[in-house]
Design a protein around this ligand. Structure first.
Ligand code: NAD
Length: 256
């Protein structure tokens, strides 16, 4: 039984992680924290104030911390995990390069796994997009992502991961054009990027490859957040007990 701590526990993803963990028999939640106080327990777990995080970590010594918060807090939690040797998983998005550097620094002292998307379907989409990009070297590529109206970062972390994947295959695509307005003809070295925000949409990503007389559209739609929660918990169970280092969700998938 892998023992977990959950941060951002009262958020959309935190709630999904607590609900998924309660239904599994391979992991158990020792404690959960949230920034703003929450006067309730969620899926049977009492939500503690985040100011107690270090003390709770020292008291419980969980195997893995599962984090879905914001970039600044994720880095702080990663540091605390590095100090105590607790493994750290983050699905948080919106990190800048410096913050990723700090997470990597933490991974020198403990096991760290960061994934902008914990859906197995999105992992499959990434592979398909890389193959399609290689097979259609002249295609214009446009990426559209759609999320709920409270999402903070744009484009989504998953969109950035897909763009990185595409640019690794087609290194002449050097310009990311975010939306278009006015006189805006397309150049051959750009990827168009479009971020839509509406309602309670859990997450959609479409990569459109347009050539002469043919187009290919690859799309993933998340039905609800449970797919991300299950993937994060699969990753937590896989990461528990591993040595310090920087790990990838593809390693989890290829092992299970
Ligand atoms: P949310 O705003 O609903 O929840 C964030 C929660 O974290 C809130 O309850 C907030 O109070 C709490 N929080 C913020 N700072 C905190 C801190 N310092 N300590 C403790 N709690 C803190 O957001 P969400 O929809 O749950 O998404 C959270 C993050 O996860 C975002 O970055 C989002 O893009 C990302 N996300 C990733 C995946 C994935 O598969 N990797 C899937 C969905 C969302």
């Amino acid at each position: 039984m892998v023992r977990l701590a959950v941060t951002g526990a009262a958020g959309r993803m935190g709630r999904a992680v607590l609900a998924a963990a309660a239904a599994r028999d391979d992991c158990d939640v020792d404690f959960a924290v949230n920034r703003s106080s929450v006067d309730e327990s969620i899926s049977g777990v009492v939500i503690e104030s985040t100011t107690n995080f270090e003390a709770l970590l020292a008291d419980y010594q969980p195997d893995v911390v599962v984090d879905f918060t914001g970039p600044e807090s994720a880095v702080e939690y990663a540091d605390a995990c590095a100090e105590t040797g607790v493994s750290f998983i983050t699905g948080t998005t919106g990190f800048d390069e410096e913050a990723v550097g700090e997470l990597k620094w933490a991974s020198e002292s403990t096991a760290v796994l960061k994934a902008s998307n914990f859906s197995r379907g999105v992992a499959a989409l990434r592979l398909a997009v890389q193959e399609a990009t290689a097979a259609l070297p002249d295609a214009d590529i446009e990426l559209t992502e759609t999320h709920h109206n409270a999402k903070r970062d744009a484009p989504s972390g998953t969109a950035k991961t897909l763009l990185d994947d595409i640019e690794r295959v087609r290194d002449e695509l050097t310009e990311r054009v975010h939306g278009r307005e006015g006189d805006a003809p397309r150049s051959t070295n750009e990827i168009g990027v479009h971020a839509r925000r509406a309602g309670d949409i859990a997450g959609e990503h479409e990569v459109l490859l347009g050539g002469s007389n043919e187009t290919l559209s690859l799309t993933h739609r998340a039905g609800d957040r449970s797919i991300f929660a299950e993937g994060a918990l699969d990753a937590a169970v896989w990461l528990a007990g591993r040595e310090a280092g920087w790990y990838d969700f593809f390693e989890v998938i290829s092992d299970s």
